[in-house]
Design a protein around this ligand. Structure first.
Ligand code: NDP
Length: 475
């Protein structure tokens, strides 16, 4: 751990402090206590409209060949009523409920019952029991990192079925896509509601709970920081990684299988989507231990935003390019395909190297080489809720000297590459880059707000040393 600690006298612990020159409550850096009207309005908007947005996109593909404009025109001109669209929408089926229950149960089994063996034979892979970051209450959680193994087992079984056992068609996901949407919603709402009740009545760590007093904010952003059942079943790690991200590559494979079934071939654009997103997913699992130090695990509480988001938003909207290509099989020219591949790979390189530099820097406490040189950094300190003082460092060289979130820039380049595979006939596949730009810009601002509360004047020294957020010289 890069953070070193020293105890403060107990009487200093819970008072408001002028920490590092910035007046702030010491318990504030985990999440905002007071809900401003803008946050509340955004939350109400998302709670009401995010499920409708997902439905609108998936329905548009099912009923309008992925056109987002045609259903609007139909409704505005009175050509169709909402009830017509709704009546044509496939309902929840026993088959979908069975598939979904088996799928989630299988992922729970892989997560809980099979300790990691990959780290024993894969050089460089960090798996098995690992520690997370220090929580605002000063707790360090342990996690069983076995996502790569779950991903490998799931995909080996998938291919074994597709090429050998033939127990079900590889198009099964596409063929049940809307009935599965209802199942994903049921799980997403159930887990978010359960997490809220648990936060009130039997939290895993009461000191890491935060109550704003606003029901909607607490439901959306979560009360508990790291809700768990038993010692190992961690909600955040499971829901983000397993039903969400393991499914991502399977969903894309199912789309490719559907293209094969419908057109007798898989287009190069579909292969590109599968390969580029596959690299991103594999990277996630290869670096699952590193993921414990990212914002989702380190800073966000577990509420509807993560619970429903992981069950519904992620698998349904992150895979829109593959879905679109089933309806519009695009065969790219060689130059375009190579250009998109290069953009995707360069984006991935920037994303990975930036994340790697920070991880290496933090793991070695700055005793490493970044681009062949000793890293430059700013010393900083912060306090946890129990008054313990920690020291940390903010790197100002490598990609972290170019911009404060160059990892997001690489992520955005990769996201654009996915969208470009679909050509320019429809706007639906471009939803992803628009969404990622909003998500990562908002995340950047949110993270910086939190870092300012945490590090105070040290953070200001850092932002003077590295003035740009995402694009050097521009933003
Ligand atoms: P970061 O990995 O950028 O982590 C931000 C944290 O890093 C800060 O809160 C701070 O934490 C620490 N930090 C900030 N600046 C420095 C510095 N100069 N030197 C050392 N440490 C620093 O953010 P995320 O967790 O949001 O993102 C991780 C990756 O995941 C990104 O590449 C992002 O693109 C990707 N991502 C993808 C999403 C998707 O849906 N596809 C969604 C979200 C993220 P501390 O308190 O420890 O100092």
């Amino acid at each position: 751990m890069a953070a070193h600690q020293e105890k403060k006298p107990s009487e200093e612990r819970n008072r408001k402090s002028t920490q590092n020159g910035t007046r702030t409550s010491q318990v504030q850096w985990g999440r905002a206590w007071e809900v401003d009207w803008f946050s509340l309005a955004s939350i109400l908007f998302l709670l009401m409209f995010a499920p409708l947005i997902v439905y609108f996109f998936i329905m548009s593909c099912d009923q309008y060949q992925c056109s987002l404009i045609d259903p609007v025109i139909d409704l505005l001109t009175g050509n169709k009523y909402l009830s017509d669209i709704w009546n044509k929408t496939p309902t929840l089926t026993y088959r979908a409920a069975g598939i979904y229950t088996l799928w989630v149960a299988f992922q729970v089994f892989l997560y809980v019952c099979i300790p990691d063996f990959c780290h024993k034979f894969l050089p460089g892979y960090v798996g098995g029991v690992q520690e997370g970051a220090v929580t605002p209450a000063g707790v360090v959680n342990k996690y069983e990192i076995n996502g790569l193994q779950a991903w490998i087992i799931t995909h080996v079984l998938w291919f074994a079925n597709a090429y050998y056992f033939h127990c079900f068609s590889p198009t099964i996901i596409f063929d049940n896509w809307i009935p599965l949407l209802w199942c994903a919603n049921i799980l997403g709402y159930a887990v978010s509601t359960f997490a809220m009740i648990k936060g009130y009545f039997f939290p895993t760590n009461a000191k890491d709970c935060k109550f704003t007093g606003n029901f909607f904010y607490d439901y959306m952003m979560g009360i508990e920081f790291n809700p768990r059942i038993g010692k190992w079943f961690d909600f955040k790690l499971f829901f983000n990684g397993r039903p969400g991200i393991v499914a991502w590559t399977l969903i894309n494979l199912s789309y490719a299988a559907k293209q094969q079934e419908l057109y007798g071939q898989v287009t190069n654009s579909m292969i590109l989507v599968n390969v580029l997103q596959g690299i991103y997913v594999l990277d996630f699992f290869w670096n699952e231990a590193w993921y414990l130090k990212t914002i989702d695990i380190c800073h966000d509480h577990f509420g509807w935003y993560l619970g429903w988001g992981d069950c519904v938003w992620l698998p349904y909207l992150y895979t829109l390019q593959g879905l679109y290509l089933v309806y519009h099989p695009v065969q790219l020219g060689t130059a375009n395909a190579i250009g998109i591949l290069m953009l995707g790979l360069i984006g991935y390189y920037v994303f990975r190297m930036t994340n790697h530099q920070k991880d290496l820097f933090r793991r070695t406490n700055g005793n490493c080489k970044i681009w062949g040189k000793k890293p430059e950094y700013i010393e900083c300190s912060y306090m946890s809720v129990d008054g313990t003082k920690y020291h940390s460092k903010l790197m100002t060289s490598g990609f972290w000297g170019w911009a404060r979130h160059f990892n997001y820039t690489g992520d955005l380049m990769g996201s654009l590459a996915y969208c470009l595979t679909c050509g320019f006939d429809h706007i639906l596949p471009y939803f992803y880059i628009v969404y990622m730009t909003i998500l990562l810009t908002h995340r950047c601002i949110r993270d910086e707000h939190r870092c300012l509360s945490k590090y105070g004047k040290d953070w200001k020294r850092y932002t003077s040393a590295v003035p740009y957020r995402l694009i050097p010289g521009i933003f």
